[in-house]
Design a protein around this ligand. Structure first.
Ligand code: KIV
Ligand code: ZN
Length: 442
C-alpha cells in the first residue's frame, strides 16, 4: 500500500476534537442496498431490496443509497421500481452510485429519470496503488477524470430537471496523499458549485481500514479545516471495519468535523463490513443523545435485516446480539439483580415508573427495554451462576422473593444439578426444582 500512513504523509490536525465529543446525531446514510448488497453471496432480489428499503424508511433514514444502477439490470430495475412506483417518501432522498465513466453516468441518470429528488454518487479511487496498478494513470490523469466526470454530471443534471444533488467519493481516501485528496475534492466542489443551498456531499471512505481511528480522524480534520467551500460541503465518512475499529473511527471522525456517516445496519458490507450504524446510534443513545433513528424494536429490525441479507447477527453483536444483555456468571448476576432492585426501590419511593429514572444498573450499558428487549433473558443460569441470579429468575418470572437462607440452599441444589449436566438450567427447571424441594413435600 502506498499513500498516507505508509509514507508518513498523515499530518496530524490540531486534535481539538479530543476535547469535543459530538453532542448531536450526525446525518445518517444507509448503504445497505449498495455496499451491503454487493458483499452478499446472494444479492437481494427485488422483494428483499424493497423490504430493506421500507425498513430503512421506517427507521427514519432520510438518505438511502439504493444501488449501483449501471452495474446490472436488477440494480437498474430496483431504482426504476422505486422512482416510478412512487415508493419514495417526500422527505427521503435516494442516492444512486456510479463509477467515473461517461456511459455509466448516463445510465445512472436514466435510472433516476422522473424522480423529484435524487443524489448521484460519483466515485473513483485516488490512491497511488490504484492509480499506478489498477488504472495506470498519473495523478493529473486521475484529476482530469474527476473533472470530466463531474462536468458530465452537472450537464446531465441541468438537462434532467428535478432536484439532483451530487455526492463525490475519492475512494481509497484514507491511503491517498492528503494534498491530492484535498485538491481533487476542491476541484469537484468547484465544478458542481457547492454552496449552502446546494451542498456537495463529500464522502471520505476508509475503503480498506488501514490506520488507527485517531489517524483517520486527523485525515478528516485536515479536510474539514482546509476545504475551500467548506460551508457548501456535507462532510461524510464511510469507514470500513478491516481493523475492527470502524465504530471508533466514525466517532472520532465526527468529533473531528464530519457531518455525516455512511454505513449499514449491523455492519454488513465488503470484507469485515461497513461501520455498524445501529452500534453508532445506540452509543449516542447510551450517552443521552437522541440518535434520530427509531431503534426502539431491535429484535424486529434484526429479523428483517437477517432475512434480507440472509446472514445472522452474531450473539455478541453490540446491543443486538442474543447474549449481550445476559449474564451467566454469579458476580455479574448478583450485581445486576441488586441494580435492578435498587432501581425499582427508587422508582417506588419517587412514585414514578422505573423507566423514567436515569438508567444506572451494573454491567448493563443501556436499559434493554429502550430497544425493545426485555429483562427476562438478562440472567441465565448455568454452572457459573450464583444465588443472586437464581433468586432473580424466581423473582422476575414468578414474583417469588426468597429469603437469604433459602437462596443459599437452592443455589446449592442447582449447583449439584449443573455439576452433573454441565448444561444451562432453563427458568422452568429452576421453578420445578424449587417446587420439588420446598413445596411438594406433602
Ligand atoms: O468503501 C468504499 O470506498 C466505497 C466507495 C465506493 C464509496 O464503498
Ligand atoms: Zn464501502
Amino acid at each position: 500500500y502506498g499513500g498516507a500512513g505508509a509514507r508518513g504523509l498523515v499530518e496530524p490536525g490540531t486534535r481539538a476534537w479530543l476535547d469535543r465529543p459530538p453532542g448531536r446525531a450526525p446525518l445518517w446514510s444507509s448503504v445497505d442496498l449498495r455496499d451491503g448488497n454487493q458483499a452478499l453471496a446472494n444479492p437481494m432480489d427485488l422483494r428483499r431490496k424493497r423490504e430493506m428499503f421500507d425498513l430503512l424508511v421506517r427507521l427514519g433514514f432520510k438518505d438511502i443509497e439504493v444501488g449501483y444502477p449501471s452495474a446490472s439490470e436488477a440494480e437498474f430495475a430496483f431504482v426504476r421500481h422505486l422512482v416510478t412506483g412512487g415508493h419514495i417518501p417526500d422527505d427521503v432522498t435516494i442516492t444512486v452510485f456510479t463509477s467515473a465513466r461517461q456511459e455509466l453516468i448516463d445510465r445512472t441518470f436514466e435510472a433516476v429519470r422522473g424522480a423529484d429528488r435524487a443524489m448521484v454518487h460519483l466515485c473513483h479511487a485516488t490512491a497511488c496503488l490504484w492509480r499506478e496498478v489498477v488504472f495506470r494513470m498519473t495523478p493529473s490523469e486521475v484529476m482530469a477524470l474527476a473533472r470530466q466526470s463531474a462536468q458530465h454530471m452537472v450537464r446531465l443534471a441541468d438537462r434532467a430537471g428535478g432536484d439532483i444533488r451530487f455526492e463525490y467519493s475519492p475512494e481509497t481516501f484514507n491511503v491517498t496523499e492528503p494534498e491530492f485528496a484535498l485538491e481533487i475534492a476542491n476541484t469537484v466542489a468547484e465544478i458542481v458549485e457547492a454552496s449552502p443551498e446546494r451542498p456537495l456531499t463529500l464522502n471520505l471512505p476508509s475503503t480498506v481500514e488501514m490506520h488507527a481511528p485517531h489517524v483517520f480522524a486527523d485525515q478528516v480534520e485536515r479536510m474539514h479545516r482546509n476545504l475551500e467551500r467548506r460551508d457548501g460541503i456535507i462532510l461524510s465518512v464511510h469507514p470500513h471495519n478491516d481493523r475492527g475499529t470502524a465504530v471508533a473511527a466514525a466517532e472520532y471522525a465526527l468529533a473531528a468535523g464530519a457531518d455525516r456517516v455512511e454505513g449499514t445496519l449491523f455492519g454488513n458490507g465488503e470484507r469485515t463490513g461497513n461501520v455498524c450504524l445501529v452500534t453508532l446510534a445506540l452509543n449516542l443513545l447510551s450517552r443521552g443523545i437522541d440518535p434520530q433513528l427509531d431503534l426502539s424494536d431491535i429484535p424486529a429490525i434484526r429479523r428483517t435485516v437477517e432475512e434480507c441479507n440472509e446472514m445472522p447477527v452474531p450473539d455478541r453483536h453490540p446491543y443486538a446480539g442474543d447474549l449481550v444483555f445476559t449474564a451467566f456468571s454469579g458476580t455479574h448476576q448478583d450485581a445486576i439483580a441488586k441494580g435492578l432492585r435498587h432501581l425499582e426501590d427508587r422508582a417506588a419511593a419517587a412514585g414514578v415508573p422505573a423507566a423514567q429514572l436515569p438508567w444506572d444498573v451494573p454491567y448493563l450499558p443501556i436499559d434493554p427495554r429502550d430497544i425493545g428487549r426485555s429483562y427476562e433473558a438478562i440472567i441465565r443460569v448455568n454452572s457459573q451462576s450464583g444465588k443472586g441470579g437464581i433468586a432473580h429468575v424466581l423473582r422476575s418470572r414468578w414474583g417469588l422473593d426468597l429469603p437469604q437462607e433459602l437462596r443459599v440452599e437452592l443455589a446449592g441444589v442447582i449447583q449439584r444439578l449443573t455439576d452433573v449436566t454441565a448444561a444451562e438450567v432453563e427458568p422452568g427447571l429452576i421453578w420445578d426444582t424449587f417446587r420439588a424441594e420446598y413445596c411438594d413435600m406433602g
